[in-house]
Structure formats: C-alpha cells, structure tokens
Design a protein around this ligand. Structure first.
Ligand code: F6R
Length: 272
C-alpha cells in the first residue's frame, strides 16, 4: 500500500542483499531493475552535488539500461547534466570516434547525444591520438580527473576475466596493480574474444590495444557501483567478491576499498 503523501515511484525489485569482502551486494530480480537502481543512485549523486557531480562512466552491454533510465529521468525534467563532468573508463586504440564500435560513439548513442551535457565536460580517452602522444594523453586524463576533484561515483562492469576498465589480469603484484595510472594497454585474449561479437563476430577486426583509466583513479572514486549480470559473469564475480586479492583478477582489488563499493547484480551473477 502506498502511504498518503509519498510519491508513487516504482522501486526496483530487490530480492536480497548481503555483505561480501568486496562490499555490499544487492541482488535484483532482473538486470533491468538493477540498472534502474544504478540510474537512481547516479541521479542522487548529481542532486547531492547540486548538479556538479563528477561521474565515471562505463560502456559495454551491461550499463545500456542505466543510460536508458538516465535519459528517462532527463526527459522527465528530473535530471540535468548541465554542470556534470564525466570521464569514461576506456577506449579502443586506435579507433575513430565515428566508428560505431568506438566507446565515444557508444556514449553519444546511449547518452551524450540526447542530454544537456556540454561536450567539453564529457571526457572519453581519444582513440585518435598519435602513437607518440598516447601516454601523455593518458597522463592528461588523470590530471583532468584530479582537477575536477576526483570521481564522485564510478560505474563499473566486470569482464569475464575479472578486468575492470581495461585493467587486465597480470602478474605484476597487488601493490603495483593498485597504483596503475591511466595508460595504453593490450587487450587480454578473453576480452578480445568477448569484444568480437560487436565486430561482426570477427576477432581479426577487434583492436588489440586500448587506453584505459588506471586502477588508481577507479579505486579512488568516492562510490563505486559495480554491475554484473548473467551466469557467464558468475565465476569472475565470485572471485572478485571472495577470492584472494590479486593482480590476476583486477576485480578483486575492489576488496581494498570495500566500504565504498556497492554491487548491483542479478541472481545468476551470484549463483556460481
Ligand atoms: C567498459 C569496460 C569493460 C566492461 C566489461 C564488461 O567501459 O570498461 O570493463 O565493463 O568488459 O563488458 P560487458 O558489459 O559488455 O559484459
């Protein structure tokens, strides 16, 4: 029953929640409900900062419905991006912003092209910088995040291999893995394999390199919202939430900042 005087906002249906070593876990009946909750939380962060929030955004299949809901809120006049600043996690390299598979294009299609976010406040790593300027561009990106005051909220997906952004599994050790700057990287074979579906199923068309926000910036976000849906993510989710903290599964690094992490998942992602 709806109490008199309370707005009749439909709340996303959560089935259960629990604490994990990598933060609070909220399990939703559907991925759509979890995405709706993510969008509501993003909107709340924007309003908590009087519209001036600094948001870290993700691409991929997982957050598409988050952007759909943000768009609805914007169209309903409940959310403005006029004073928001955004930083995207990553971009293929090299890639044109006009390539439909670029993350710049993705963001334009799913959010930027339909909201009032000023273009010079929407930062996506540039897949067209010259080879010799790529590292400096990435360093600039970290500086821009710092100058904006750091990320109020970072939206994250999790790769099937446990990557966050394109911080891929490696054997560099935990200390180094926690301090990685934004930088050029090579994609892990599993990442390339998963990306192939967007490139007409052709692995040979997937760029093997990318620019990624580093773990240092991601993990410094004041809130980290991690989304994971479906059984194919369950092994990585379980390892991130309860396995050892290791550079071999970058999602496990979230355990080091667990008090700032909230997972919004469906049942299949946590029933490994
Ligand atoms: C995307 C990103 C990646 C994805 C991850 C999951 O900006 O940084 O880490 O979040 O690969 O991808 P999907 O959502 O397609 O399963």
């Amino acid at each position: 029953m709806i109490e008199p005087g309370r707005s009749q906002v439909e709340m996303p249906a959560m089935s259960r929640s629990f604490e994990s070593a990598a933060g609070e876990v909220r399990v939703y009946e559907t991925a759509t409900a979890a995405c709706r909750e993510a969008a509501e939380r993003i909107a709340r962060v924007v309003s908590d900062h009087q519209g001036r929030a600094v948001l870290g955004l993700a691409t991929g299949n997982t957050p598409i419905r988050v952007y759909e809901r943000l768009l609805e809120l914007h169209r309903a006049g409940e959310l403005t991006f006029r004073d928001v600043t955004t930083f995207n996690l990553d971009e293929y390299y090299p890639i044109s912003p006009f390539d439909p598979n670029s993350y710049r294009f993705y963001m334009h299609r799913h959010l930027f092209g339909s909201v009032d976010l000023p273009p010079n406040q929407a930062h996506v790593l540039d897949g067209t910088v010259p080879e010799t300027a790529a590292a400096a561009h990435c360093a600039d990106f970290d500086r821009w995040v710092d100058e904006a005051g750091g990320l109020d909220l970072q939206l994250l997906g999790l790769g099937r291999n446990g990557h966050i952004g394109f911080n891929e599994p490696s054997d560099i050790g935990v200390d180094a893995a926690l301090r990685l700057p934004t930088r050029p990287v090579e994609l892990h074979p599993i990442t390339a394999e998963d990306a192939a579906q967007d490139f007409d199923g052709r692995l040979d068309l997937v760029p093997r390199r990318a620019l990624t926000m580093g773990t240092r910036t991601i993990l410094a976000a004041r809130t980290v919202l991690v989304l994971a849906f479906g059984a194919r993510k369950a092994p990585a989710v379980a390892a991130a939430m309860s396995g050892p903290i290791t550079s071999e599964l970058p999602g496990s690094l979230l355990q080091t900042v667990r008090e700032r992490v909230v997972w919004l998942v469906d049942e299949a992602a946590v029933s490994g």
